[in-house]
Design a protein around this ligand. Structure first.
Ligand SMILES: [Zn+2]
Length: 72
């Protein structure tokens, strides 16, 4: 697991179920937007822990977002 992936997982868990977009996650994890979009695509393959959303809970934009599943 890369440092960025670890940071993304941590930020999403701390968001407490809020959906976050690539731009907000890139800021939180000090990663580039391009790298974060790729990271989100990878994390979304992990259906057990993550799902996608459509509205960012941080900036409020309607974009592809990722949400951590608190309960399976
Ligand atoms: Zn956002």
């Amino acid at each position: 697991m890369s440092a960025t992936e670890h940071a993304v997982r941590r930020v999403l868990k701390e968001a407490g179920g809020d959906a976050l977009c690539a731009a907000c996650l890139a800021l939180a994890c000090e990663a580039t937007l391009t790298a974060m979009r790729e990271r989100i695509e990878t994390l979304l393959l992990d259906h057990e822990h993550f799902r996608c959303g459509v509205i960012c809970g941080s900036c409020g934009r309607t974009v592809v977002t990722i949400v951590y599943r608190n309960s399976p």
